[in-house]
Design a protein around this ligand. Structure first.
Ligand code: AMP
Ligand code: ZN
Length: 482
């Protein structure tokens, strides 16, 4: 069965066929690096990772491009509010680039902790301003722009398809007045391509351009960088659902307005992670980070497991109870795999050597092929490792396969667990335990000579005794037992 994906463009499931043979060009909107990513943002990046892993696993080599927004993203997505980067830099008394570097590093630490594979290409907006200027020039040549009040705007009335992704209606668009209307705009949905008369006196980073010294609007970076690295037409573009009506809508107007061609084939959007109390946002300051979860005793992979338990197109509600059950579920899975590994010895068998295991793998694949259903895929994994009739050798090998998509480090974690319990077993020594017990009894019977004799005997073997209120503890250089 072919891979089927839900395309926001057209709002339907579609068989996936790449433009160029089997290889896939995939652009995912990256983070705005003015603060730590919150766990909602991280849902978007775990989703991108699962999509990329799934494509690779299904035999499509992927070029995954991710941008880092380090300029121009205003608090509102449609040119209103302050510049997020500049605002944080001013608050902290640091430069915009220092802020960007700090939070970019923090972002990749989170990515690593969540076992998210590095995108093939990571591109910063500040490194690509010339590409943006070149693209804006093409839009100007094609008659899509106008200057007003010192800024260069995109005139959406010149792009009849405007709003096709979000199914916005042109009449509604004309009527749709915004709260913060920029009076320079001919239409409230026109948007800035290049700011010269900055709304913000202290705009830190500016560049020369044909329209004067200034800086780009937020949306142009994604059009410019995606086409630079993936060509004018590519396969997949992703982001959270909040990007559909403005950011991605404007990206389409820019890219297709410049090239006159269809830009992206498949648009995939992840639903939001919400808190019990509603939306989580960086700007509102009410957000949890991955570190908050770690501080509460959770492993980052517990959070990944929690996310995989929901389909990417369903809203997911975060609660401490649900992350607790994800933690327990992951622990059980790893423990089971650890036991299976002890029996099988390794995971190098052919997973299809057993027909029951092959069936689990087939159903796992079908779940992924049907719009990346990770909840169903996880259920197949769970069923397989609980199936006492399935041979451990084939099961362990199939776990390895499934984990290429899930990215839960299941085999690695199970090996670690077995190593830790093996070490514990090696460090426990019944003979020493018996001698320690005998010494305690000798002391109780005031037979101090025997007690000292045992202490010295053990000392000569490199075992030290420490009397504590909880009893006697013995120590070797490698560990400690009581
Ligand atoms: P930002 O760093 O604000 O540009 O957002 C990074 C990504 O996170 C974007 O794809 C957003 O659509 C996505 N996003 C923002 N908030 C949430 C949320 N609560 N749940 C899921 N995705 C989100
Ligand atoms: Zn984008």
């Amino acid at each position: 069965m072919p891979l089927e994906l839900f395309n926001t463009m057209g709002k339907q499931m579609q068989p996936f066929t790449p433009i160029n043979g089997n290889t896939v060009g995939f652009y995912g909107c990256g983070p705005t690096v003015y603060n730590y990513a919150h766990i909602g943002n991280l849902r978007a990046f775990v989703f991108q990772d699962v999509l990329k892993r799934s494509l690779s696993w299904l035999g499509y080599p992927v070029t995954h491009v991710m941008n880092i927004t380090d300029i121009g993203h205003l608090a509102g997505d449609s040119d209103e509010g302050e510049d997020k980067m500049v605002k944080t830099a001013q608050e902290r008394g640091q430069s915009v680039l220092e802020i960007a570097q700090f939070y970019t590093d923090a972002f990749f630490i989170d990515m690593d902790r969540l076992n998210i594979e590095r995108p093939t290409i990571i591109c910063k907006a500040t490194d690509h301003v010339q590409d943006m200027i070149d693209l804006i020039k093409r839009l100007e040549d094609n008659g899509h722009t106008y200057m007003a009040g010192g800024n260069l705007y995109y005139d959406i009335s010149t792009f009849p398809d405007y709003g096709k992704l979000a199914r916005l209606n042109m009449d509604d668009l004309k009527a749709g007045a915004r709260i913060d209307v920029d009076h320079n705009k001919r239409n409230p949905y026109d948007f800035v391509l290049w700011f010269t008369k900055s709304k913000f006196e202290n705009q830190a980073l500016t560049w020369e351009s044909p329209w004067g010294r200034g800086y780009p609007g937020w949306h142009i970076e994604c059009s410019a960088m995606s086409m630079k690295y993936l060509g004018e037409q590519f396969d997949i573009h992703t982001g959270g659902i909040d990007h559909i009506s403005i950011h991605h809508t404007n990206e389409i107007a820019q890219s297709e307005g410049a090239t006159g061609k269809q830009w992206v084939r498949y648009w995939l959007h992840n639903e939001f992670l919400v808190m019990d109390k509603g939306k989580m946002s960086k700007s509102a300051g009410n957000f949890l980070t991955l570190q908050t979860l770690v501080d509460q005793g959770y492993h980052p992979l517990d959070y990944r497991y929690f996310l995989l338990g929901g389909h990417y197109r369903s809203q997911l509600t975060f609660s401490w109870e649900s992350v607790e059950s994800a933690k327990n579920a992951r622990k059980n899975v790893v423990q089971r795999i650890a036991r299976l590994l002890e029996t099988s010895g390794d995971y190098s068998a052919d997973p299809r050597s057993n027909s029951a295991v092959a069936t689990y793998l087939d159903r796992f694949r079908q779940a992924i092929e049907q719009d990346l259903s990770t909840p169903r895929a996880l259920a197949e994994l769970q069923g397989m490792i609980r199936d006492t009739k399935a041979p451990p050798e084939a099961v362990c090998a199939a776990v390895r396969e499934m984990d290429k998509v899930l990215g839960l480090q299941l085999i690695e974690e199970a090996i670690e667990l077995n190593k830790a319990s093996g070490q514990a077993r090696a460090e426990s020594d019944p003979r020493i335990d018996r001698l320690v017990q005998e010494r305690a009894e000798a002391k109780k019977a005031k037979n101090f000579a025997r007690a000292d004799e045992i202490r010295n005997l053990l000392k000569n073997e490199g075992v030290l005794l420490e009397d504590s209120p909880a009893g006697t503890i013995w120590k070797r250089s490698s560990g400690e037992r009581s």
